[in-house]
Design a protein around this ligand. Structure first.
Ligand code: NAD
Length: 565
């Protein structure tokens, strides 16, 4: 039997009635328990709710109709965000029912791009707390603070320091919208239990003067401090998590590169954690390339790859492709890296360039002359794959795209920069300039393109294909760490889920509407790998798929009875 004791909610299954210790308005005010008008007559009696809700007992389907009617009446995307947030804060089951069933319509609201606008306005639209804020003032007290969170079982923590929110820069404590949004996708897309998620914002100040000047800004009104104190805070956070929630997976989210790589490298082998901007992005792009290889009947080890952009996304993707090549062909890591040429704002990333190399670029730097211009690099390298992660819109010009045809009859062109205006080229340009021969994918969505009586469906390399399944799998088998091999497995699993029909439309990703099936399949792969490599913390179940599916959250109301104690 599920139990709600001291306001802790352990909802493993909705088949068993859940014993509820709180009563009356306390039940209605607790979003994890609230059913609103859907409380049955028996529950209204048992929990002291009679008279506190209208007389008609409504089922969840009718509640969904009412929510959608109100939601769709709003035309301003930020108003839609605020509406969904207040539903989230009122009734989590209903929120997830609505979100899960309308994921394609609502993902752009609860996550990118609208969550970006919501973060910018966070201090102005703030209504109710969700998640935990850790600020410099809390140094030395983080473990103690974690006792204030009333859940003993946490599967996934998403933490950001607000320093590099989407493409919007330093938003300080306003960045909290991102861990909240990401965890909503974990629940809706991955079936993680809402009560087992925890959004965290690490507030070490902000260098955003506009926020510092804004009287309604809710974070610390001070500039970011030095790195010594910063890393001490991160370390205290990690140790406190390991003590309070030893099974929790930590996902690092939207940290600037100078912190993202050192943090990941410090903890990746010791703590159950990953960085979605680096590893999740890497896996989703790798999956698109594996889909492209399926389309072309070729191998990654035979490609020559140019990255336009050399930041966290570029290095994350390149590392993941290297892991894929090593896994697939047995080539050494060092040889696999020789298949890559990266460009940053100065041009080709080389050892003897004008500026000292940032650490993360070193493994990919070439012993070649600096070539500043992309087209010239293409002519020199003769690539088969061109990946854009520069954040610079319209930089894959007609000349650049057409040049790719000289080296491959089906060049792979991925324009991954977000939002749409920053995309290196559009889907239509890629198809038109190559006469439909390009295999194209993007970071932001593009509509299908009709050309010469054919329809081309561009794939969208959405991280959401990967992170919910990886997190779900790693948390369920209580893995001790998340390895690159696990991300490779996730990428391969995703690429194999693209149907022949989808491939014939030249799309390299499956339909996002199948996300829960995709997440479950990826989670099964992660568990299998953890069991096989001795990284799992539980005994291997007889049927891993059945185990994973039985542990997934479905947004349905449990049945409540009053606690007897
Ligand atoms: P970043 O700031 O870490 O890196 C940007 C890189 O682009 C830097 O190396 C910079 O030197 C380089 N650059 C800037 N101007 C350039 C120019 N004119 N020519 C060549 N290189 C230039 O950012 P990031 O986190 O790596 O993200 C980059 C882009 O990738 C963003 O637009 C982001 O939205 C996108 N992205 C997409 C996905 C996805 O599709 N799933 C995931 C993550 C990031």
């Amino acid at each position: 039997m599920g139990i709600v004791k001291k306001r802790r909610y352990q909802m493993e299954s909705i088949d068993e009635p859940l014993e509820v210790i709180v009563r009356g308005t306390d039940v209605l005010n607790e979003p994890l328990l609230n059913k609103g008008t859907a409380f049955t007559e028996e529950e209204r009696d048992a929990l002291g709710l009679r008279g506190l809700v209208p007389p008609k007992v409504v089922d969840i389907e009718e509640q969904v109709v009412r929510v959608l009617e109100n939601y769709r009446r709003k035309t301003d995307p930020l108003e839609k965000f605020i509406f969904l947030t207040s539903l989230h804060d009122r009734n989590e089951t209903l929120y997830y029912k609505v979100l899960t069933e309308n994921l394609m319509e609502m993902t752009p609201i609860v996550y990118t791009p609208v969550v970006g606008a919501a973060c910018q306005q966070f201090g102005h639209i703030y209504r109710k707390n969700r998640g935990m804020y850790i600020s410099l003032n809390d140094k030395g007290r983080i473990r103690e603070m974690f006792d204030n969170w009333n859940q003993d079982e946490i599967d996934i923590i998403v933490i950001s320091d607000g320093s590099r929110i989407l493409g919007l820069g330093d938003l300080g404590a306003n960045g909290m919208g991102i861990p909240i949004g990401k965890l909503a996708l974990y629940v809706a897309g991955g079936g993680v239990y809402p009560c087992k998620t925890l959004p965290v914002l690490l507030d070490t100040g902000t260098n955003n003067q506009e926020l510092l000047d804004d009287p309604l800004y809710l974070g610390l009104h001070q500039k970011r401090g030095d790195d010594v104190e910063y890393y001490e805070m991160v370390d205290e956070f990690v140790k406190a998590v390991q003590d309070r929630w030893p099974k929790a997976l930590i996902q690092w989210e939207d940290f600037t590169n100078d912190h993202a790589f050192p943090i990941l490298n410090k903890y990746r082998d010791e703590v159950l954690c990953f960085n979605d901007d680096i590893q999740g992005t890497g896996a989703v792009a790798l999956s698109g390339l594996l889909g492209g290889m399926r389309m072309k009947g070729e191998k990654l080890a035979d490609q020559r790859i140019i990255f336009y952009g050399a930041g966290s996304a570029a290095v994350g993707i390149a590392d993941m492709i290297v892991a894929g090549i090593v896994e697939e062909s047995g080539m050494s890591e060092e040889d696999a890296r020789k298949l890559f040429w990266l460009l940053d704002s100065q041009g080709l990333v080389v050892h003897d360039g004008p500026r000292p190399l940032q650490d993360h670029k070193v493994p990919y730097a070439r012993h070649e002359e600096l070539i500043p211009d992309l087209l010239d690099v293409i002519k020199q390298v003769k690539p088969t794959i061109l990946v854009g992660v520069s954040g610079q819109g319209q930089t894959f010009t007609e000349d650049v795209v057409k040049e790719m045809l000289n080296y491959s009859d089906q060049p792979i062109i991925f324009a991954l920069s977000n939002p749409t205006t920053k995309s290196e080229c559009t889907a239509e340009q890629a198809y038109r300039w190559t006469d439909g021969k390009a295999i194209f994918a993007s970071g932001s969505p593009f509509d299908p393109v009709r050309m010469g009586g054919k329809i081309y469906v561009p794939g969208q390399g959405n991280n959401m294909f990967i992170f919910p399944g990886v997190g779900l799998g790693a948390a369920l088998c209580q893995a001790s760490k998340v390895t690159d091999a696990m991300f490779y497995t996730a990428a391969k699993t995703l690429a194999e889920m693209v149907t022949e029909e989808e491939l014939s439309l030249r799309t390299v990703y499956p339909d996002l509407r199948k996300i829960r099936k995709i997440s479950a399949t990826i989670a099964v792969g992660i568990c299998e790998m953890a069991f096989a490599s001795g990284l799992a913390g539980i005994e291997e179940p007889e049927d891993i798929r059945e185990f994973v599916e039985s542990k997934m959250f479905h947004p349905e109301y449990p049945r409540y009875v009053a606690a007897t104690e």
